[in-house]
Design a protein around this ligand. Structure first.
Ligand SMILES: [Zn+2]
Length: 55
């Protein structure tokens, strides 16, 4: 099991998994760009959520 990379919706603060590490940073960046909030459908901004903000 990889380390989940979480994104945080800039609109509703919902935290969701965008990608699983390890993966190439370029791939992770591409996934972040495509990420959409599953709660409100907001496309951006989606921020990287650190473990501190995610838990
Ligand atoms: Zn949202």
């Amino acid at each position: 099991m990889g380390n989940p990379l979480k994104g945080r919706c800039g609109k509703c603060d919902h935290v969701f998994i965008v990608a699983c590490l390890p993966m190439p940073l370029t791939t992770a960046a591409a996934l972040m760009k495509r990420a959409a909030c599953p709660t409100c459908g907001n496309l951006k901004p989606i921020y990287i959520a650190t473990e501190e903000t995610a838990s």
